[in-house]
Design a protein around this ligand. Structure first.
Ligand SMILES: Nc1nc2c(c(=O)[nH]1)N[C@H]1C(S)=C(S)[C@@H](COP(=O)(O)OP(=O)(O)OC[C@H]3O[C@@H](n4cnc5c(N)ncnc54)[C@H](O)[C@@H]3O)O[C@H]1N2
Ligand code: MOO
Length: 432
């Protein structure tokens, strides 16, 4: 059986070509800042950007104070008209000082700023009434002046291709007057929830693709079995994985397909079309009689490759012949915790790296309590960290989605460990 590292490497290798070939699109800074269609704003530049202007664009004052000539340190000079921010000042004549506000352009002739605190009365607007200013001894050229280009020189690289679009970069681009940038197109992922037990997608036996409708909210008595009287369940994986994908800047669509094998391929191919870079399925890959993903996609290129991990043991991947092309498919098990843990372990690291998003913060902390783990598998438990120790949240079973929702960390119990004792060091990944 594969290790998690081997499977993660295979997932990375499977995705590498589509991640590399996504192409670029030009997006306005405002759209990137607002995050419309960009997940949490995680995008990377397709091309480097050089500064069309220097930053700062002109010499300006770092302080509210007086623009002076440093050669006149020790002199008493006449105070002239003030320079507010946004005004182009007249040159500063010898023997004068001009009140100047933070960010205002330094007048030609001036080369230093005396902070208003160094004057009497020590603050504006009262200091506007000064007729003369004693330029302090020791005022040197450049003091409290923010020099043109001292942040970024004209023509210097602001960012390189592949750099993540961060708030600071957007701010720097805006400062330089760059209104739009060329960014790598988000990866497009079709999330396929499979199973005839899924409401609005599988309860019917027609197997057709369904729009991702989500839960109904009529709140009243129902005849669809969703109150527990029947055998259908709601699709947790579709919405959870789409949200997880959005967190790493991927564009996701959801579709639900039943276990009816003859309808699965047409439904899948019509949803894939020319759109999907990656198909991510859940369910239908283990040992049952109606494993539709396995039955339909194995002959077309999917490879079932169990991994020594719990939850998330059943796994499959491959380049699959779909809609006239070979599309990367990653297949996760259907149990909701298995699906989300699989995402965290196998897919998130690859997609996060592709958009410059950070990995989950990792720490090694002592266990607060004991636990058991299958010795031949890497177990991923759910937990919370309190007082610097790891507390397990719920048991190891892969249907405990409410417990995962309540957890703040994934807790790793490595291969070869059958017992965790209080105090044993455990690696945790922070989910929030
Ligand atoms: N005889 C064996 N049975 C099972 C094995 C095994 O090795 N031998 N492995 C078990 C493990 S571990 C897992 S995990 C599951 C994986 O099964 P599948 O990937 O084929 O998934 P399904 O059977 O379709 O579903 C499993 C479970 O998850 C629920 N489910 C599926 N999709 C969704 C969804 N979109 N939202 C919410 N819940 C979903 C489904 O109803 C099942 O309860 O197999 C074990 N069996
Ligand atoms: O591997 Mo399954 O994902 O434990 O429940």
């Amino acid at each position: 059986m594969r290790t998690i590292g081997q499977h993660r490497d295979e997932v990375a290798a499977l995705l590498a070509p589509v991640l590399a070939e996504r192409g670029a699109e030009t997006v306005a800074l405002d759209a990137l800042a607002d995050g419309v269609g960009t997940g949490r704003g995680y995008r990377v530049l397709a091309h480097g950007v050089t500064a069309p202007v220097p930053l700062p664009v002109f010499d300006n004052s770092q302080m509210d104070g007086f623009a002076v000539r440093s050669t006149e340190a020790g002199d008493v000079v006449r105070v002239v008209d003030p320079i507010p921010a946004g005004a182009v000042p007249v040159p500063l004549e010898p023997g004068t000082a001009a009140p100047i506000m933070t960010g205002a352009r330094i007048p030609d002739g001036a080369d230093a700023v005396v902070p208003v605190e160094a004057t009497l009365p020590g603050a504006f607007p009262a200091a506007l009434d000064l007729d003369v200013l004693a330029v302090p001894d020791g005022t040197t050229a450049g003091v409290f002046v923010r020099r043109v280009g001292s942040d970024v020189a004209r023509g210097a690289g602001l960012a390189r291709a592949g750099d993540p679009v961060t708030p600071a970069l957007l701010g720097a681009l805006a400062s330089a007057g760059v209104g739009a940038v060329s960014v790598v197109r988000p990866v497009r992922v079709l999330v396929v929830s499979t199973g005839s037990e899924l409401a609005d997608g599988g309860a019917r036996d027609d197997g057709g693709a369904q729009d991702d409708g989500g839960a109904r909210d009529d709140g009243g008595a129902r005849d669809d079995g969703l109150d527990g009287a029947g055998a259908v369940i709601r699709d947790a994986n579709g919405v959870a994985l789409r949200a997880a994908l959005a967190e790493v800047g991927a564009e996701a669509r959801g579709v639900r397909l039943s276990d009816a094998a003859e309808a699965f391929l047409p439904g899948l191919e019509s949803a894939v079309g020319g759109w999907a870079d990656l198909v991510l399925t859940t369910g239908g890959i283990s040992a049952g009689a109606y494993e539709v993903v396995r039955q339909v996609l194995e002959p077309r290129g999917l490879v079932v490759t169990p991994v020594a991990m719990q939850p998330g043991g059943p796994q499959a991947l491959g380049r699959v012949e779909l809609a006239g092309r070979r599309v990367p498919v990653v297949a996760f098990p259907g149990n909701p915790v298995s699906a989300l843990v699989s995402f965290e372990v196998f897919l998130r690291p690859v997609l996060a790296a592709a958009v410059g998003a950070p990995d989950r913060p990792t720490a090694e902390l002592p266990a607060a309590e004991s636990a058991e783990s299958p010795v031949g598998k890497h177990q991923v438990r759910r937990g919370r960290v309190a007082d610097g120790r790891v507390h397990f949240v719920g048991g190891p079973s892969s249907h405990l989605l409410g417990h995962l929702a309540a957890a703040t960390h994934l807790v790793h119990v490595p291969l070869g460990t059958d017992t965790v004792a209080p105090g044993d060091p455990l690696t945790v990944w922070s989910l929030r």
